[in-house]
Every structure is written in structure tokens, then in C-alpha cells.
Design a protein around this ligand. Sequence first.
Ligand code: GLP
Length: 242
Amino acid sequence: MKVIVTKNYAEMSAVAADMFKGVLTAKKDAVLGLATGSTPEGMYACLVDMYKKGELDFSDVKSVNLDEYYPIKKSDDQSYDFFMRKHLFSHVNMKEENIHLPNGEAADADVEACEYEKLIDSLGGADIQVLGIGRNGHIGFNEPDTYLLADTHLTGLTASTIEANSRFFASEEDVPKHALTMGIGSIFKSKKIVVMASGKEKAEAVKTLLEGKIRTDCPATMLVLHRDCTLVCDEDAYSLVK
Ligand code: GLP
């Protein structure tokens, strides 16, 4: 795994955006693997800025998002669908038919998960996938457990993730208890992965990730097996690494 340590959040966002720009410049119809959370917000702002300056064109770009709460209405302002439109899709010239997220409104979550995995395969996997990292080391919604799943699936959220994500909801009770998420294998279908981490609350997860031991109780550690994975983190997130 390559590691880039930046001074702060702004620099981390710019470095990750440049990696996306590199892929988009080389391939006009690239498939972007996208993520939600506070971490990539700055990177999306950089991409929107580049688009407005005429440096990027999203007209042939396709996207696949990592995860979505389940069940949730797309119109809910806490849905990942809503987040993506707010931070990226509504600002660039992506075509609606090229935008893909797991459907939090699907009647049958297992069928939806299976369809979503087929979609990822039909797109040939993402050309570049951005990932945040949960405080407990989760990626997407692959939570710490005794085992991890390869394909897109319905999962329960851990108490720690519900607590961490409750900051966006009126109360902890309002946080959905389940989500549809790409599995570790779905994430590994991407040709390039960029993991972003910012702030002291991510320092423990970053430390564990860089120990190089593969542990299902810190799902991010799987990423050391990927052949083109870069961690871009700020000094605070890197602060516990010896
Ligand atoms: C959520 C998302 C993850 C994200 C994580 C960290 O649980 N499912 O994809 O990486 O939160 O979020 P944040 O970047 O806000 O710390």
C-alpha cells in the first residue's frame, strides 16, 4: 500500500481529487467508485471546481456507490443518494442513467444486492474507488466481525457506527440499523483504490491498517492485499503510526 501523508484535510482532499482527475483524463468514460461520509466531501468540492474550470468532463462517466442505508427513501436528506446529488451529481454533467447506488427503496434487499453485484460486473468494476474508513476500521458498511463477505449484501450496523453516524440524524434512534453495501470482493473489483482518512478519531484505524496484519475485526486491513491501493491521510490520522 502506498501512503501519502498530508498536512491537513484540504491537502488530503486535493491529492485525492488529483488522483481522480488522472483517471478521468486518461479515460473519458471511466467508472468511478464513490463513497459518502464527511471525509470525501472536500474531494468532491475539488472535482466540482475542476469541472467548473473546464478541466473535467463527466458526460461519459459512470458511477457506482459503495453503500446505502436500508430501508431509506432516496428523498430522505440522510440517504446516500441525497448526499451524492448534493455534493457531486447536481454540480457536474453526469447523465442520470450513468449514476448507480444500491437502492434503499428496493422491496427485497437480497435481490437488490444480487442485482447490484451484477451491475458492478457489467461495468467491469470501478476504474478508481474512493473509500473512507470508519472509526472501527469499517469500509463501506463492512463492519468488524468474525467473517467478511465478498459480494454486495444487506448488513446490520454496529452500535459504534450507529453512534458515529447519529451526528447526521435527529437522534440515535433515527439512524437506520441496516445497509446495503458492496462486499470486500466488490471493492476489490476496482482497478485502483484511494482510502482517505482525516482527524485523530481515525488514527487508531490507520495505525491498525498500516500494521499489515489482515484482521476481520478491522475490515480496512484487507486493503493491503489490493495491488493498487493508496492511503491519503492527514497528519492527525497518521499520528499513531510509529
Ligand atoms: C459511513 C460510510 C463509510 C464511511 C464512514 C466514515 O459509515 N458507510 O463509507 O467511510 O461512514 O465516515 P466519515 O467520513 O464521516 O468519518
